[in-house]
Design a protein around this ligand. Structure first.
Ligand SMILES: Cc1ncc(C[n+]2csc(CCOP(=O)(O)OP(=O)(O)O)c2C)c(N)n1
Ligand SMILES: [Mg+2]
Length: 540
């Protein structure tokens, strides 16, 4: 980086301006001052005369770049601007572009392209079908026909990304475009959501008023749309029992609330069993339902009617049954709250208290439950948990409950390699909060370079590695796919990874916890640390 004095300050261009100047001014106007990227020769022209009021956030591989941008966009509620290297860089990013699409995270992803004048000669680094490459996991994809159209394309991309259902968009930009003349693009006011149709909401409201035992299934679009408090009020008004939706990337309800009944698994017959006895199921901001394995039989218990409120018309279209209001989850819930209060209903019985996790017996490793119970005692309720630890998920749901809005993030996609970089992006956005990344040993290795960005950005985050030395989720799943009990599952052992060395090698502080009696002190110290600190905890 050049010394501050040598850098140019932002200026208001007069007369004809370049594509670069036009795009940077547009980004300022849209409230964007960070560029998440990994540079190559096809991107370098964008960064010449890099303005002082922008920050380039470097990820060492493009998957980390997109993961960080995803976290930042979710935490700031504004699209993040991403710049990737042409073809190969977009390829590296693809896993986390898929995840951003499933997470419904607004990202304006740009990528370099070779200079227009040599495109006919299939040059080095040329992306021959640049706009096809990220499909179908972007909402829109374009390589503008002329250099002068680049700023307008980026503006259009931004408004598409921000429109619910939000998501990533893609703009391919030839390297020689940045110095070409372009018009200045004035920012516009474009509304980003729509109010669900009142007549469909009325049907849902009438059914809610008339039913005897309502169940709410709360999904990620609640927190995304800022509807957490409104959903709590609606559940209390109807004395509804509230279940977490399977595989949700955000929490939608306080998990210590008397009405909260736990999580639905991603399995059809078990969902039907858990919802048995309810005559109405209202899925709020959740797909109905995300399944992980095959199942047959009904999707709902006998006698139950399904209603749904979701911002995504595509999700609404594949629900197997029921009535769906499409539009802003927050506006929809507020409209339901504006109806007259129903006659009071008896409260459902609270769920059974979970048993406390016990420390390990001498010579044994601690359980994941014990680790999370201790973390739960030490964290503040406003700390942000960013999680990717597949077999630990059900234990996290029991022992590390989410208590407040915007304090839990993971991915909706199932694609590992998201949450460690996302935690970095969230920590960058929310420097008022402690961010705790809770990551499986296997998951961490899909995006371990995120540690370097955390160290360079000096983010005081905690990275907790739940180290069981294996891909436990796959071993746990094996019987579902016909494995005999105890049969070895190929490719699921992860010996000889040294997370303390990996963390230190990326510039983070690190410590290892092998025994339960050193856990509390190590976690307490890490949570207070002013630098990114990894705690590698060995569990059963
Ligand atoms: C990109 C990607 N590759 C592979 C998988 C398959 N997969 C699902 S869970 C899992 C294991 C994760 O291991 P770890 O983070 O250690 O968690 P554990 O299963 O031990 O709880 C794998 C490899 C995936 N979901 N995403
Ligand atoms: Mg593991």
């Amino acid at each position: 980086m050049r010394p501050a004095a040598a850098r140019k300050s932002p200026r208001k261009p007069r007369g004809p301006i370049t594509v670069r100047e036009s795009v940077l001014q547009l980004l300022r106007d849209l409230g964007i001052r960070k560029i998440f990227g990994n540079p190559g020769s096809t991107e370098l022209p964008l960064f010449r005369d890099f303005p002082e009021d922008f920050e380039y956030v470097l990820g060492l591989v493009e998957s980390v770049v997109v993961g960080m941008a995803d976290g930042h966009a979710q935490a700031t509620r504004n699209a993040a601007f991403v710049n990737l290297h042409s073809a190969a860089g977009v390829g590296h990013a693809m896993g986390n572009i898929f995840t951003a699409y499933k997470n419904r995270t607004p990202l304006v992803i740009t990528a370099g392209q070779q200079a227009r004048s040599i495109l006919p000669y299939e040059p080095f680094l040329f992306s021959s079908q640049a706009t096809e490459l990220p499909k179908p996991y972007v909402k829109w994809s374009i390589e503008p026909a002329r250099a002068a159209d680049v700023p307008h394309a980026i503006a259009r991309a931004y408004y598409i990304a921000m429109q619910e259902p939000q998501g990533p968009v893609f703009v391919s930009i030839p390297a020689d475009d940045w110095d070409q003349p372009a018009p200045r693009i004035a920012p516009r006011v474009v509304s980003t959501n729509v109010r669900p149709a009142p007549q469909v909401l009325d049907r849902i409201g009438d059914a809610l008023d008339a039913c005897r035992r309502p169940a709410f299934v709360v999904g990620p679009a609640i927190d995304r749309s800022g509807a957490w408090e409104a959903v709590v009020e609606l559940a209390e008004r109807h004395s509804a029992r509230v279940y977490g939706a399977p595989m949700a990337g955000r929490a939608g309800f306080p998990e210590d609330h008397r009405l909260f009944a736990g999580f639905l698994p991603a399995m059809r017959d078990r969902i039907v069993k858990l919802l048995d006895g309810h005559d109405l199921v209202f899925a709020i901001g959740a797909p109905t339902f995300t399944y992980h394995v095959e199942g047959d039989g009904p999707h709902l218990p006998a006698g139950a009617n399904l209603f749904q409120l979701i911002e995504d018309p595509s999700i609404a279209s594949w629900s197997p049954t029921g009535t769906c209001a499409v539009g802003s989850v927050r506006l929809g819930v507020l409209d339901l709250l504006a109806r007259p209060a129903p006659r009071p209903r008896p409260l459902p019985a609270p769920r059974a208290a979970r048993p406390p996790a016990l420390p390990p017996k001498a010579g044994q490793r601690m359980s994941v439950a014990y680790l999370l119970q201790v973390l739960s005692e030490l964290r503040a309720p406003s700390d942000i948990i960013v999680e990717e630890a597949p077999s630990a998920r059900p234990v996290i749901q029991e022992y590390l409950p989410v208590l407040q809005p915007e304090t839990y993030f993971t991915m909706c996609s199932g694609g590992l390699g998201h949450s460690l970089p996302a935690a970095v992006g969230i920590a960058l956005a929310r420097q008022d909060r402690k961010v705790i990344a809770v990551i499986g040993d296997g998951s961490s290795m899909y995006a371990i370079q995120a540690l370097w960005s955390a160290a360079q950005l000096k983010l005081p985050m905690t990275i907790l590695i739940i180290n069981n030395g294996r891909y436990a989720a796959l071993q746990g799943f094996a019987p579902v796919f016909g494995y005999a009990p105890g049969e070895q599952v190929q490719g699921t052992a992860l010996p000889a990874l040294d997370f303390v060395a990996l963390a230190k090698g990326h510039g983070c502080a690190a410590t290892r916890v092998e025994r339960a009696d050193t856990l509390r002190a190590a976690l307490r110290k890490a949570l207070k640390s002013p630098v990114p600190t990894l705690v590698d905890v060995w569990v059963q």
